[in-house]
Design a protein around this ligand. Structure first.
Ligand SMILES: *[C@@H]1O[C@H](CO)[C@@H](O)[C@H](O)[C@H]1NC(C)=O
Ligand SMILES: *[C@@H]1O[C@H](CO)[C@@H](O)[C@H](O)[C@H]1NC(C)=O
Length: 547
């Protein structure tokens, strides 16, 4: 460029355009692009009335919504103005062929302070309700999370009339302690303390208002973005019609109250069919003692009366109520998903899994410190993202098979655990929980079929109770205390994928690992190339991405 006589500004502009062009070539060129510039900063927030150091995106807590249509390309340039490394991950966004963009430390180098990184994602073949969150340390306890809504393409029928409005409800437990303190507590070998309260869209008691017109129907997309507890969601005097779970259109059952476990997302339709006044929107913690509660306000636009009366209580029975509700949530086989063909045209129940992986969680003490483990392995991060070590063939970062595929019940130990799997394998995974707390498991890069859950020990005979017809496909499932949950998963997405507890203290202290879904083919149809702008850190520093 030097000497070609262009003014500097113009040169910079051309470089930018060239760079953008290079980025775009990496994404799918036929579909629209949506551009986001996010500035991540510290800022004071007061969600429970006390001042806290929040992590804001473009000055907002929670962060901005992402709205996209199936197959859109999202170009998200994240500027890290914190004094520490930062990463964002996309809960439930599959990033097909592209675990490079997953934004967890096993796949992606952190964005250094003062630097920026541009994520290039495609929301390929997805619809539904999801959220993004910061994945390092305990940043999630300070904010930087937000909703992702993927709308159906205009020509694809949606199995309910267009609602009059579409509300996001990001709810979950909250700590008054800042994220450094929570990290210090965990690093010191302790489990997290009990949370101080619950938030709805970043606000405490009656801090957020949803305004509705009488007689109209609204969609509420509720995600549990908390750190440690399951929640129950309900609206005083109103019924909720369930329509979508993490990208699956459901049978439209009606519920008074809905349990939402850590990391899960649900869409319900609510009709403003009650006398015009204001009503409580309630979130309470589940399976905890004491029970935490918070409220928002459902405000009728013609309301003459503020919220009143007792705040409606949640379910009082514990596990059975929740388990029965979970079993009642089913796929609408004749509805479309992201494509016009019926969801039930993919007969997951007719495919025989090639093998069964059993994963048992535990809470061992290792070297005098509280840890959490899967099959006796407590995950510790490596000095280099596993995906990069794999790509550059850097030895000594991780070993395949460093976590057993079924419980050994041996002494727990620390390990950078990676499980090997083959592209196109169809497998059964059984989560077995012998602890007395609810677990919530998430698999990045995938939606899986939750075929069964029940109390006690899973045995091969448990298969006779599976729902092989119309269970939902989703990315996060609960496992009740002293119970099991079984899923079927088609490993059709090559990459290095995080399987983790959505309970953040557990995840941080080792209840996670990576599944390396591998194909020897080097075809772009199977896996995207390393991004040109990939940050290279650890032992990958100084390598080259590609020309
Ligand atoms: C940081 O932002 C600039 C300006 O948009 C862009 O040219 C550059 O590629 C970004 N860096 C990365 C690593 O994405
Ligand atoms: C399932 O979807 C179809 C097609 O969109 C719709 O007509 C039907 O009402 C839905 N059924 C239920 C029970 O939700």
């Amino acid at each position: 460029m030097r000497g070609c006589g262009l003014p500097l500004l113009l040169q910079a502009l051309i470089l930018n355009v060239l760079f953008l062009f290079c980025l775009l070539k990496g994404a799918n060129a036929d579909n629209p692009y949506r551009f986001f510039t996010w500035k991540v900063t510290y800022g004071d927030i007061y969600p429970l009335g006390v001042k806290q150091q929040g992590i804001l995106i473009n000055g907002q807590f929670p962060g901005p919504h992402i709205d996209a249509i199936t197959n859109d390309n999202l170009i998200i340039n994240v500027y890290n103005y914190l004094r520490e490394p930062f990463l964002i991950s996309w809960n439930g966004i599959q990033q097909r062929r592209n675990s490079w963009q997953d934004g967890v430390y096993g796949t992606t180098c952190p964005i250094p302070p003062g630097k920026n990184f541009t994520y290039v994602l495609q929301v390929k073949d997805q619809i539904g309700s999801y959220f993004y969150f910061p994945s390092l340390g305990f940043h999630k306890a300070a904010g930087a999370f937000g909703s992702i809504r993927i709308w159906s393409r205009p020509q694809i029928p949606v199995p309910f009339p267009p609602p009059a409005g579409d509300f996001v409800v990001l709810a979950g437990d909250w700590f008054k302690r800042n994220h450094y303190d929570l990290k210090r507590i965990s690093d010191g070998g302790h489990s997290l303390p009990f949370p101080d309260g619950l938030l709805i869209n970043g606000r405490g008691w009656n801090g957020f208002t949803f305004t509705v017109d009488p007689g109209k129907t609204y969609r509420f997309r509720i995600s549990n973005v908390g750190l440690t507890t399951s929640i129950n969601f309900r609206i005083q005097g109103h019924k909720m019609k369930l329509v979508e779970v993490e990208g699956s259109h459901t049978l439209q059952n009606t519920y008074d109250a809905l349990d939402i476990h850590l990391g899960q997302s649900y869409s319900v339709l609510v009709t403003a069919d009650q006398p015009p006044q204001d009503y409580y929107v309630v979130v309470s913690s589940r399976f905890t003692s004491p029970v935490l509660m918070t409220t928002a306000v459902l405000h009728y636009s013609n309301s003459w009366k503020q919220v009143s009366g007792p705040v409606p209580g949640g379910p009082t029975t514990q596990i059975d109520w929740s388990l029965n509700q979970a079993r009642s949530i089913r796929w609408n086989l004749t509805a479309s998903g992201p494509r016009p063909n019926p969801q039930g045209s993919y007969h997951y129940g007719l495919i025989k899994p090639a093998r069964t992986i059993m994963l048992a969680n535990s809470a061992p003490i290792i070297n005098g410190k509280q840890r959490y483990a899967v099959n006796s392995v407590s995950y510790i991060p490596a000095d280099t993202p596993l995906k990069l070590a794999d790509y550059f063939n850097i030895p000594g970062v991780f070993n395949l098979g460093s976590i057993p595929t079924s419980p050994t019940w041996g002494n727990a130990y620390l390990q950078t655990s990676v499980m090997a799997a083959d592209f196109r394998e169809f497998i059964e995974i059984v989560f077995q929980n012998w602890e007395d707390t609810v677990q919530s498991w998430h698999i990045d890069g995938y939606a899986f079929f939750v075929v069964g859950m029940d109390g006690g020990a899973w045995t091969p005979a448990s298969r006779s109770g599976y729902n092989l017809r119309d269970t939902v496909a989703r990315s996060t499932t609960q496992v009740y205390p002293k119970s099991w949950t079984a899923i079927y998963i088609a490993l059709d997405n090559v990459g290095m994928w995080n399987i983790r507890s959505e309970n953040w203290g557990r995840q941080y202290l080792g209840q996670q690992f990576y599944l390396r879904v591998y194909t020897p083919s080097r075809s772009l149809r199977d896996e995207a190339l390393i991004p040109r702008n990939a940050i290279l850190c650890g032992r990958a520093q100084g390598r080259h991405t590609r020309p």
